[in-house]
Design a protein around this ligand. Structure first.
Ligand code: ADP
Ligand code: MG
Length: 371
């Protein structure tokens, strides 16, 4: 006969990812109720990774089944927030009109973060979502070029006695970019507090209206802009872009670690591999893995994160970005199908994240030692 003690005993074999002691010893198990052949378990954890939660569920079920195979298991795993994240914004305003803020990041520059951002924005819009893009790459803003609005300037209007910036609209996407306010030589001196302030204004003092997704194209690396973004708004999750090349993967890993750092704790929605392969016209659709094969997929597996998909190295992807008409706009083309599927995959993972994890919060960083 199954009893509470036996359940506790088997749960003592279950470890939450990264912990050296069991979920019982860590006091994660809050309640065990046994009724006939049904066991109900309440667990509180403070780890936001979706895979970790899923693995924990599987491990618990496996252990309980050892006690009896026909037992019904009801698991309630609650993800509680860390004490050092506070639900407040610097300006004291919450962005309730924006449902999901997705940070698009990479470790290394030039891996295609901006190209992927623009194409996913267009694909999300084609799926019926209201989408905004914020180009936060102070070192090399490029979304204004990709969206063919290089010469445009956002206007300013007054709402409730306050001046707000109105994003530029292109291909159905609302766009704001640091590139609208600087030229290339200025961008360099914009580092530090000035850039942080500008970013804050572009997010908090702009008339984004209602959005399902705001994609934030971040600069490469893990610098000030990343930290100011996550301290200015509640980021739903991060998407990491990398090529399969070792040198890019190492940097991508650092990018992941920054979002997972315990004072930051932003869920990783998944990883995208760009420039995965090249298909030349005269080799019968044979894929050439120029930068190595499956690098990002393997990294995702190693880190227990979602692999969202791969994007080929393609002349038309590059050309269409250069002329300000992203490839995802070309309905029924192979490349647009690839981005369409990536967008669908992001929507699924974000929905899953929103259902299973706590709502995102503004990060309040106290101590970045070891990040
Ligand atoms: N899948 C791809 N196929 C071909 N060219 C690409 C692809 N992805 C990006 N590029 C090109 O590589 C360069 C860097 O891409 P970009 O999106 O600006 O990278 P990042 O934003 O990471 O610095 C650009 O010239 C872009 O057109
Ligand atoms: Mg870029």
């Amino acid at each position: 006969m199954i009893n509470k003690k036996k359940v506790q005993e088997v749960l003592n074999n279950v470890y939450l990812n990264g912990h050296k002691t069991s979920i019982i010893e860590n006091n994660f198990v809050k309640n065990i109720i046994i009724f006939n052949n049904e066991v109900e378990i309440d667990i509180d954890i403070n780890h936001p990774t979706l895979h970790v939660k899923k693995k924990l569920e599987n491990d618990i079920i496996e252990q309980i089944k050892k006690l009896s195979n026909d037992i019904k298991i009801k698991l309630r795993i609650k993800v509680i927030s860390k004490k050092n994240t506070l639900n407040e914004t610097i300006s004291g305003k919450k962005l309730e009109n924006i449902k999901n803020i997705i940070a698009i990041a990479s470790g290394k520059g030039g891996v295609g973060k901006s190209t992927i951002t623009s194409n996913i924005a267009i694909s999300l819009n084609r799926l019926g979502f209201k989408v905004g893009v914020l180009d936060a790459d102070i070192y090399g803003p490029s979304q204004h070029i990709m969206f063919d609005v290089e010469k445009s300037k956002p206007t300013v209007k007054t709402i409730k006695n306050k001046s707000v910036i109105v994003p530029v609209l292109s291909y159905g996407i609302k766009l704001l970019s640091i590139g609208f306010f600087t030229n290339n030589s200025q961008a360099l001196v914009w580092r530090g507090p000035m850039a942080t302030k500008a970013l804050n204004q572009l997010i908090n003092d702009s008339d984004w209206g209602n959005l399902d997704y705001l994609l934030v194209d971040l600069p490469p690396g893990t610098g000030d802009i990343h930290l100011s973004l996550i301290q200015s708004v509640s980021v739903t999750g991060a998407v990491i872009v990398s090529t399969p090349q070792n040198i890019a993967l190492a940097d991508a890993k650092k990018g992941v670690k920054m979002f997972q750092y315990e004072n930051i704790n932003i869920p990783i929605i998944g990883l995208i591999e760009n420039m995965s392969y090249f298909i030349s016209d005269n080799t019968n659709n044979k894929k050439h893995y120029i930068f190595g094969k499956d690098g990002v997929k393997n990294l995702s597996d190693d880190l227990n994160l979602n692999f969202l998909g791969e994007v080929p190295l393609s002349t038309s992807i590059r050309e269409s970005s250069d002329v300000g008409h992203p490839t995802a706009l070309q309905e029924n083309s192979e490349n647009s199908k690839i981005f369409h599927n990536l967008a669908k995959s992001i929507v699924n993972k974000v929905n899953y994240r929103n259902k299973n994890l706590e709502p995102s919060k503004i990060v309040k960083i106290k101590n970045m030692d070891g990040c």
